[in-house]
Design a protein. Structure first.
Length: 314
């Protein structure tokens, strides 16, 4: 009997314990897992799809903000009975970011466009600066070239003036020598004309390029108004007369080369002091000079001298 009673007490105690455990589990689930938390606002966007395939509708849905306010008013009683909801402040739902994102993209594109335009403007300014620098260099080079051309032209002009002046001085000296070369009544081909000299013959003695007032005579003279200069060597006979068939007056100076035997081996008309430019008269003077004969000397020396032919109109 005692064993039966003991078993019966054990069963009652087990039943009571099992009921208490289940009650505790139900209380725990009620306060922790059975509370339904409804968010303050509904997430997402309100889209009106319309009543037909084109998306047209008869009514426009309420704005998102009005829907959020309605949801908040409906949820207030539930939040008042929820201990955990009362202890924690309800965060405010931020505005939808769709429009902000679109604005950010537009701002980014505008900023990138402004940067591109700025870079293009910088490149354009740099290109303009390079063009201006190149133009400045070209202008400087052109100015230098013009200045150099002017300088060369001025130097050329001065050189030509100096050359012309020298030629005029030489022509004056030659003309003066030609005028002073004839004695009284002396004409270019006269054999009776008297000249100036110390050789005893008629005609002028001396270098035709020297001073007319000088008393120093170095060379030889002939009786027909022509003269020669060959470093003290003497002429054999007289100087051959060139052909004179033209009515021109002046002087022809022929440069000659004479060997040791006294033969003229070369003659070239047009030396300093020449005033006649006629080519045929110069050739005749050269032919006459080649016929001249001078005294011989020892050795093989070739001497250079001049023969001056003076022409005077009858």
């Amino acid at each position: 009997m005692k064993a039966d009673k003991k078993n019966k007490d054990s069963k009652i105690a087990g039943l009571v314990g099992s009921i208490l455990v289940h009650l505790l589990l139900l209380l725990a689930l009620f306060f922790t897992g059975m509370i339904a938390f409804i968010p303050d606002t509904e997430e997402g966007l309100t889209v009106n799809y319309g009543t037909d395939e084109m998306g047209d509708g008869l009514f426009e849905p309420a704005p998102q903000k009005d829907i959020e306010n309605q949801l908040v008013s409906e949820q207030e009683p539930i939040q008042a009975t929820t201990p955990s909801a009362v202890s924690e402040p309800t965060p405010s739902q931020p505005d939808l970011q769709t429009q902000d994102i679109e604005e950010s993209l537009e701002m980014k594109e505008a900023r990138e466009k402004a940067e591109r335009e700025k870079e293009l403007e910088r490149q354009r300014q740099e290109e303009l600066r390079k063009q201006q620098e190149e133009l400045r260099k070209q202008q400087e080079a052109e100015a230098k070239r013009i200045a150099e051309e002017k300088r060369k032209a001025e130097e050329k002009r001065k050189a030509e003036e100096a050359k012309k002046k020298a030629q005029e001085e030489a022509a004056k000296k030659a003309a003066s020598a030609g005028l002073n070369a004839f004695g009284s009544g002396g004409k270019g081909t006269s054999t009776t004309a008297k000249g100036e000299g110390v050789t005893g013959g008629t005609g002028n003695q001396g270098n035709p390029l020297g001073s007319a007032e000088s008393t120093n005579r170095n060379g030889g003279g002939t009786g027909n108004g022509h003269s020669y200069n060959l470093n003290g060597r003497s002429i054999k006979g007289t100087l051959p007369n060139p052909s004179y068939v033209k009515n021109e007056e002046g002087i022809i100076v022929v440069t000659i080369e004479v060997n040791a035997a006294g033969t003229v081996i070369s003659a070239r008309a047009g030396a300093a002091g020449t005033t006649i430019s006629d080519a045929s008269m110069r050739r005749d003077a050269e032919q006459a000079a080649l016929k001249a004969k001078f005294n011989g000397i020892s050795g093989n020396t070739v001497q250079t001298g001049t023969i001056t032919y003076r022409y005077k109109l009858n």
